[in-house]
Write a new protein. Structure first.
Length: 580
């Protein structure tokens, strides 16, 4: 609009009389400016109805979406761990052990010899074994850090003991046998393929009878497992190592020779004992584990593309009952192993300290009852009335501070989502396979939050109407602006409406006083009357600013909700200064 000019005529006419003044007079020092008061000059504005759809722009792939007619903050992603596996356990075989002992002949009493000779019966002679000890040592280093203790292992291991008689010709005698053999082995072994009786508590192997073949015997002992408690074995947690420092003792027994010619029995024979040990390869174990999962890398959430109304510095968002949905598996479930993890949100704002938000109980548990299938969780302050599609029956995990993640001076620039100490907590397990890839922990997360704002929230929205400089000359100094309008809204939240004068450069004009107006929620034709006072020059626009603070009703915001300003009238008062 333009200022009307008819009020200038009397002033201009008065100065037309200047032609009657003598030219000899010096008028250079005379102030030729004129100042006119302006009172209630009307500026005409036209602002269309504003709906939330205008204020909050959405698209199907953005972080703000429309779901079931409501605005929803939406973010989703996936994560996975490294492969879950207990590293193979292997020990190289120790060197073979070989010893030689000399055994003395033991004959029956003389009377027995005479009786058998008279009866032409075979004579039984003996060579008594001497105690013979073989030491051996298995060393296993670089054990998996996930092993806490071992109660039992299944393994592939064998010990072969060869006994060979020297100086006794088998062809000269009716039979040569080993009898009443006692061997001390380590305690707690699970032995198969042996001819005697093994006591796991004492480690004693007893064998009644072993016939010789080619003047000797070979005793193979296959070890399928070891009871660590009975064997007195343990893991060195400091060195992540384990040592089998044991011995095998041929404790007692005898070589029994049946012959019909005692003259062919030497008074002393040699007995060579040789023990060969195999490698140890552990196939499974029972014991305690504690497994820390590695490899999770969840991409941060960047909030730089949110609508401006949600990102202004004055904005403080407290969302009512936002929800994080998790779908996550437990690859160790077949071994009846439970896992657990916490969850943490870390918000980042330039120049400010990061803030962290964690679960009320610190963590939630992934059981094993459902097997390796995905388990569903809902993390939120309260149990929602309905779960998001695909998460029916989810286990609720309390996360009371989740609604404050966006709170502060404007929304964060980014949010880190991290699993806190995802692990298999220390627990006993049974028959867990060694060196077998059990798979990965895989999961999907979905941050779903209807924009139902809690009582502490603050949202700032502003709209600038400019171009007024064409209606207001630079010679007008405004002392007061009166703005009136009728406001109608079906927003479920109240707001404080204020205005700010703007200059030609789009900056707020400073040093003015404004009287804001409180607008109730769901207002209908609510009268707006705002007064701005101060010295205002170069006026080009008016900023309408609404600071909304929910009343605690937690009603969700919807695109259909609107706010309209009708019958807007802007009147200015001040002074008009011009040169004559």
């Amino acid at each position: 609009m333009r200022l009307r000019s008819n009020f200038l005529f009397p002033v201009v006419g008065a100065f037309l009389l200047s032609g009657c003044v003598d030219d000899a007079y010096d008028l250079s020092n005379i102030d030729t400016s004129a100042e006119l008061k302006v009172n209630g000059l009307a500026l005409h504005l036209n602002i269309e109805d504003i709906t939330l759809d205008d204020v909050i722009n959405v698209n199907n792939d953005g972080r703000i979406r429309v779901v079931n007619g409501e605005y929803v903050l939406f973010e989703e992603g996936e994560f996975e761990s490294d492969n879950l596996m207990i590293d193979p356990i292997h020990a190289d075989a120790p060197d073979s052990d070989k010893t030689v002992n000399y055994l003395d002949l033991v004959l029956p009493e003389a009377s027995e010899l005479q009786r058998r000779a008279a009866a032409n019966e075979p004579i039984t002679a003996e060579y008594h074994l001497k105690e013979d000890l073989s030491n051996y040592r298995y060393e296993i280093s670089n054990l998996s850090e996930h092993l806490v203790s071992l109660k039992r292992i299944e393994a592939k291991m064998s010990v072969s003991t060869k006994l060979r008689i020297e100086g006794l010709n088998a062809d000269d005698h009716l039979s040569i046998d080993f009898k009443d053999i006692t061997i001390h082995l380590p305690k707690g072994l699970e032995i198969s393929n042996h001819p005697g009786l093994y006591d796991t508590e004492t480690g004693t192997l007893t064998i009644d009878h072993l016939p010789t073949v080619d003047n000797g015997v070979k005793l193979d002992v296959d070890i399928e497992g070891i009871d660590f408690e009975q064997a007195g074995l343990f893991i060195d947690q400091v060195l992540n190592s384990m040592t089998f420092d044991e011995k095998i003792t041929l404790a007692e027994g005898k070589i029994v020779v049946v012959t019909d010619d005692i003259s062919k029995l030497p008074k002393q024979i040699g007995l060579t004992k040789e023990c060969d040990f195999s490698d140890i390869d552990v196939t499974s174990f029972t014991g305690a584990i504690k497994y820390d999962f590695d490899g999770f890398d969840i991409a941060p959430i960047y909030l730089t593309d949110l609508p401006a109304v949600l990102t202004q510095e004055q904005t403080d968002l407290h969302i009512a009952n936002p929800q994080i949905y998790l779908s996550i598996n437990n690859p160790a479930a077949p071994y009846k192993v439970s896992a657990q993890t916490g969850l943490k949100f870390t918000t980042h704002r330039p120049g400010l300290e990061d803030k962290e938000y964690t679960l009320d109980n610190g963590y939630f548990t992934l059981g094993y009852e459902q097997g390796t299938g995905n388990q569903l969780f809902c993390l939120s302050p309260d149990v929602p009335e309905t779960f998001y599609e695909g998460f029916d029956g989810a286990t609720h995990v309390p996360f009371s501070t989740l609604g404050d993640v966006l709170s502060g001076n404007g929304v964060p620039t980014s949010i880190d989502i991290s699993l806190v100490n995802p692990c298999i907590p220390e627990q006993m397990v049974e028959n867990v396979e060694i060196g077998v890839d059990m798979g990965k922990v895989k999961g999907r997360y979905l941050f779903y939050s209807p924009l139902a704002l809690a009582k502490e929230s603050i949202i700032v929205y502003n709209e600038i109407v400019d171009g007024l400089s064409s209606d207001v000359t630079e010679d007008l100094t405004i002392s007061q602006i009166n703005i009136t309008a009728d406001i109608s809204t079906d927003l479920p939240i109240g707001a404080k409406m204020t205005v700010y004068p703007m200059d030609k450069n789009g900056n707020r004009i400073q040093n003015v006083q404004v009287s804001p107006i409180e607008i109730p929620a769901n207002a209908k034709a609510f009268p707006l009357d705002i007064v701005v006072t101060g010295e205002i020059t170069d006026l080009d626009g008016i900023m309408f600013e609404a600071v909304a603070q929910p009343d605690g009703s937690e009603t969700s915001l919807k695109p259909s909700q609107s706010i309209s300003l009708k019958g807007i009238k802007v009147r200015v008062s001040g002074k008009y200064t011009t040169k004559l």
